[in-house]
Design a protein around this ligand. Structure first.
Ligand code: FMN
Length: 216
């Protein structure tokens, strides 16, 4: 007899229930004059493993959207789950006028990116430089953005020799969702679990993974 009680949630609670949903990110772009812009995003997520593609949703007509459509590049900066950084992330979410640098307003430090024009943010641990692949306008003024990763960098003490994250240094942060206001959650515990299933599907999955990552 299953004694777990499931509670249906109304639509107004769906966003706060699905949390964390993706990495908290500060995304930089540049306008046609080369002026840097930064904005905070809770919807930024990796949508393909190999090659890596990263997507997020923004508002059509805002600086990030306008800059992307004009210059076609963005840099995703992933902040740590630490109070001083998260306060700056909240400032980058304010509606500053076009041409105003949220990086300066928030007290972040711009660091040139390796390949694209939008800068990295020094205080963030991980940086993903992307070229725009496609956009789609939907849901009444929302612009979905998908970019191909062309360069990635990280604070050296946040990864091991195999490129795996040292989670208690990278301190991955996630936005709890708009209804939470300033709520952020940390996710930096890892658990490697077995797959207690033997069958052709498991062997096929191993072959697919090897082919995808060109290993062995
Ligand atoms: C923590 C946090 C998460 C946010 N997530 C998103 C998001 O996923 N999508 C979005 O359109 N706006 C999001 N915002 C709001 C934008 O950052 C805000 O609209 C910003 O002013 C856009 O800047 P821009 O005009 O420079 O593009 C978020 C703000 C904060 C503080």
């Amino acid at each position: 007899m299953n004694r777990v009680v499931k509670q249906d949630q109304p639509p107004k609670f769906w966003d706060r229930l699905f949390a964390p949903s993706s990495c908290l990110a500060v995304i930089t772009t540049v306008d046609a004059q080369g002026r840097a812009n930064a904005a905070s995003y809770g919807t930024c997520t990796r949508v393909n493993h190999e090659p890596v593609y990263i997507a997020f949703t923004t508002s059509a007509g805002k600086d990030t959207a306008n800059n992307l459509l004009a210059t076609g590049e963005f840099t995703v900066n992933l902040p740590r789950w630490e109070r001083s950084t998260l306060e700056k992330v909240r400032i980058c979410g304010l509606p500053f006028a076009p041409g105003v640098s949220e990086i300066e307003k928030a007290g972040f430090t711009a660091l040139p990116a390796k390949v694209v024009k939008p800068p990295r943010i020094l205080e963030c641990a991980r940086h993903f430089e992307c070229r725009l692949e496609w956009t789609r306008e939907w849901a009444g003024g929302r612009l979905m953005v998908c970019g191909k990763l062309v360069a990635a960098s990280v604070d050296a003490d946040c990864v091991d020799d195999n490129g795996y994250l040292v989670w208690d240094r990278a301190l991955s942060a996630h936005y709890c969702g708009a209804p939470y206001g300033g709520g952020f959650v940390a996710a930096f515990q890892t658990m490697f679990v077995d797959r207690p299933y033997e069958g052709p599907e498991a062997e096929q999955a191993e072959r697919d993974a090897r082919a995808m990552f060109k290993e062995g």
